[in-house]
Every structure is written in C-alpha cells, then in structure tokens.
Design a protein around this ligand. Structure first.
Ligand code: NAP
Length: 488
C-alpha cells in the first residue's frame, strides 16, 4: 500500500504547538493536555545543545520546527545553525521535521532522516487567488510525507478556498490564520485536514489559534466528521462571544452531530456564496451586520422587514431566509413579569436592541418614550416606530412604570458604571438587557430602592434557543443554556 493510500481515512490529528526559551519549553511540555495527538516544538530559541533533552522527553510524537523571522518565527541565525538544530531533533527522535517550501533546507531532505517531512507554506498577509496553483507547484517536491498550507483569511471566501484545497487531496494540512480563519481550525476534521495546530500553552504561537481544551471540550473536535452539520456566528469582533459555548453545549446535551463556530468577518458581501458553497445550515448574526445582511437574503419573515434587522439566517438548499428571534426573546421575559397593557415605558438607548422594543411594545399596548445620548438618533427611532422621545436630562422627572436599559453601560469590564443616576430609578420594574454580568450596578441600585429587576440572561437564552430550533428543528435544551449563561 502506498503511503498516500494508507493516509486515507486517518483521523485529523490534534497538534499542540509550543514555543519559547528552553526553560519555558520544559514547563510548557509538562503542561500539554494529554489528549493531544502530537506536539509541535518550536526550536527558534533553542540552542542545538538543548535540543536532545527537549525532544527526547515527551512520550507523544514530536513535530520539530525552527522558524526564521521572515517566516513568522523568532530564529535569527543562519541556515547552517537552523539545519543542525533540526538534524539534532531528528536524531533525538522527532517524528516529523517541518520545513518551509522554497527554503534551502527543503532541498536536502535526507539529512533529516529518519524523521518524516512536512513541507509547509504560510502567508501572513492574506489568501492569494492562485492558492490551488501554488499547492500544485508545492506538490512537485518529492520525499514529502505531508504538505501544510496556511494562508491568512481576510474574508469569508478565503475559508471556501481552504475547503476546496482540502477536497483535492489526502496528504494536506490546511487552515487559515487570523480571526476569520478560526472557523477553519475548528472545522479541520469536517473538511478533511490531516491535522490542526492548537495552542498548547497559555500563549498562542500563531494568530487565531484556538486552545487544545477549547477544541476538545467546547467544539467536540473528536466527534466532528464530514457528516457534521455546520452553524455559526457572523459578526465582528467575536473573540468574547458566549454564543459558541452556548450552542455547542446545547448540541452536546442532545447528542446532535452539529457544531457552531465563529465566522468573524468585516463584511457580508460574500455571505451568500459562502453559506451555499460550504453548506452552512444556519448562522446567528450579531453586530455590526444585523442590518446589512438583509441584502443577502432570498426571503425574510415579516418581522425582519418591520425591524430592518435579522439576527438569524437559515439556508435551505441555495436559498437564505432571514429571521429575527431578538424581538420575541426581548419581550417574553417581560410578559411573564407584568401585564404590559397601558404601561408607560422608558427606553434607554436607541441602538439595534432598542429597535425591537420600540416597534414591539406599542403592539402590546404600551406608551413608549425613548431617551438616547445622541438626541438625533432618539428622534429618528421615535419617528420610525411611532413612539415619543425625550431629552436625556428630562428623564430625571419623567414618571414611568417600566424602564428598559439597552445601552452597553455597565457591561463587562466596566461593571461599576450606570447609565443614569440612582435617583432617576422609579416605577415597578427595571429591565437591563445586559447579560455579562447578569447583575449590573443599575439593577443593584434599583433593588436598593425596592424596585423589581429583570436581567438580560433570559433574553439572551431566548434568542439563542429560538435560533437553535430554527437551525435544527429540535426543541432547544433551555435548562442547559440557562445554566451555561449563569455559570460564565
Ligand atoms: P448599539 O446598536 O451599538 O447601540 C448602543 C446604544 O447605547 C446607542 O443608543 C448608544 O447611544 C448607547 N450608548 C452607548 N454608549 C453609551 C454611553 N456611554 N452612555 C449612554 N448611552 C450610550 O448596541 P445594541 O446592539 O443595541 O446593544 C446594546 C446592549 O444591549 C449591549 O450591552 C448588548 O450586550 C446588549 N444586548 C443584549 C441582548 C440580550 O440578549 N440580552 C441582545 C442584544 C443586545 P448613541 O446613539 O449616543 O451612540
């Protein structure tokens, strides 16, 4: 059997990547998650004499690399020194030596025997349009066991280019760096990459790297396969979003072969082709794309048209349908607390989240007045939704039953801030839609004045649960989702 044939159907290997000074590497090696398959040891800062003890120590197979500054590494010596470090690694038992395509070292492979060779190519600036042709040129090299292609994703289409490359061959590790590339690191087993690199220590060794723990525990890396259905979150930035954790735990609770990944993107212009080409079943949409995505949709529920915003897109074959689960999720917790008919409501803020309240509350029989830091925006929303607006300082004396706070003031990390002074709080209920933290300074102040409070967790879980149901057609495990949100 040829080497290539024997590679077919092999699982995607999880490689923990560690780098740094020798002392740091020794402690990092001892901390590598034992569920890792291989360890990549970066020898950039390791003198030749220290290589033997480092490489020989771990029981897992080692991939040895020594990256020059020009290749994104720390190594500053010459090619003689670099080659001798990698030879020493092979002699010490490294299973693999990673060499850069086009480098002098990659022309003399026998010297690194018995280790096998990974021939790699990185682009730290972007994904070139001729990625496929470059890979074909790379494949002309002989004596290579594995190829590795790692561009940087700048837009969603770059993820399609990675998947297309992986479809062609079985001896390739391919994924993209950068925040947009994060999805390709999680989806490596779905698309057939032979391996993926994850952060083996506290510090990532490449931009966008996900930790070993997150891949295994949050994304259920070991159970992902080409059969796994894909969903995710579209927006920017997404680094601190709780949605991947929430949706993936919900999938795990019901043992659904689904995964939810961040699709960080600056624009939505290639969203349609992206979702269709990669067969993404559905996406949640967050800031700043909730309005712009409307132009990408084939159909939308009437509420999306009314609100001018979609937070959910479901793909059916080649068609995209937009939904808005924010509005119902925003109101449902309120309805459970108080009868809304004839209530006088103050809305703080006039952004995306305020829109849902501004349009929906009058339908529930409420009289709504919006107050916003930027008066023009309050006026514009009031005009569109047919509600009243007020000058910020006039709120001090405005009587109301219910105040709904939709600004980010008080959100992590500035948790001590309040959008309005304590003395302005009155009425029977203060609803702060911030969910991180659940208990904001505003809600504490309201309670100290004997006013009932409602936090943003139920709303967040409500909109996510409705998305889950639109994606999968299965009832969402709301208790699990509540628990996740209350324990972060
Ligand atoms: P957005 O579209 O950016 O709107 C933010 C609003 O807050 C604007 O009206 C803005 O006023 C105002 N604002 C911002 N900083 C302020 C400050 N320092 N003082 C006074 N007003 C300020 O954001 P969004 O999507 O509506 O989200 C707002 C908040 O709601 C976030 O904290 C988000 O986490 C939360 N949220 C929660 C849920 C949930 O499910 N619980 C869902 C969506 C949003 P200007 O017009 O003057 O800029």
């Amino acid at each position: 059997m040829s080497e290539l044939a024997s590679q077919k159907n092999e699982p995607c290997r999880l490689i923990a990547s560690i780098g740094g000074e020798p002392d740091h590497l020794v402690s990092a090696l001892s901390l590598v998650d034992p569920r890792t398959d291989w360890i990549e040891v970066r020898l950039d800062q390791v003198p030749k004499d220290a290589v033997q003890s480092l490489i020989a120590a771990p029981s897992l197979p080692i991939v040895a690399t020594c990256r020059r500054k020009q290749d994104g590494g720390q190594f500053e010596g010459d090619e003689i020194e670099r080659g001798s470090r990698l030879e020493a690694a092979s002699r010490a038992g490294a299973a693999w030596i990673d060499l850069e395509w086009g480098s002098d070292l990659a022309r003399h492979l026998q010297r690194f025997s018995p280790a096998r060779i990974i021939l790699s190519w990185h682009d730290f600036n972007g994904t070139p349009p001729d990625l496929g042709a470059r890979f074909q040129a790379m494949r002309a090299a002989s004596g290579i066991s594995l190829f590795k292609v790692v561009p940087t994703a700048r837009r969603l289409h770059d993820l399609v280019a990675i998947r297309d490359l992986l479809r062609e061959t079985d001896d390739l590790i391919a994924f993209a760096m950068g925040e947009t590339g994060v999805a390709s690191r999680v989806l490596a087993p779905v698309w057939g990459s032979r391996a993926i690199y994850a952060a083996g220590a506290e510090q990532a060794t490449a931009p966008g790297q996900v930790s070993v723990g997150a891949l295994l525990d949050q994304y259920r890396f070991r159970s992902l396969s080409p059969r796994t259905r894909m969903s995710g979150l579209l927006g920017r930035p997404l680094g601190h979003s709780l949605s991947p954790r929430l949706h993936n735990e919900a999938y795990a609770t019901l043992s659904l072969d689904w995964v939810y990944v961040p699709f960080e993107s600056e624009s939505v212009e290639d969203l349609r082709d992206f979702m269709i080409a990669l067969e993404i079943s559905g996406v949640s949409v967050t800031l700043p794309h909730k309005e712009q995505v409307l132009s990408e949709l084939d159909e939308m529920e009437p509420l999306v048209r009314d609100l001018g915003a979609a937070n959910t897109i479901v793909r059916s074959g080649g068609r995209l349908r937009g939904h808005n689960t924010d509005a119902e999720a925003a109101l449902a917790p309120l309805r459970k607390r108080i009868p809304l008919q004839d209530k006088k409501v103050v809305l703080l803020g006039a952004g995306g989240a305020a829109r849902a309240f501004a349009f929906m509350l009058p339908r529930e029989g409420c009289t709504v007045t919006v107050y916003n830091r930027t008066e023009e925006r309050a006026k514009a929303l009031a005009c569109q939704a047919g509600i009243a607006w007020g000058r910020w300082n006039d709120l001090a004396a405005d009587p109301y039953d219910l105040l709904i706070q939709t600004t980010p003031v008080g959100m992590h990390p500035r948790v001590e801030e309040m959008p309005v002074p304590r003395e302005w709080l009155r009425g029977s209920l203060i609803y702060d839609i911030i969910y991180n933290p659940a208990e904001t300074a505003l809600l504490r102040a309201a309670r100290s004045r004997g006013i009932e409070t409602l936090d943003g967790v139920e709303m967040f879980v409500g909109q996510a649960a409705a998305q889950f149901e639109l994606f999968t057609g299965v009832n969402a495990p709301r208790e699990t989702m509540n628990r996740v949100m209350r324990t972060v």
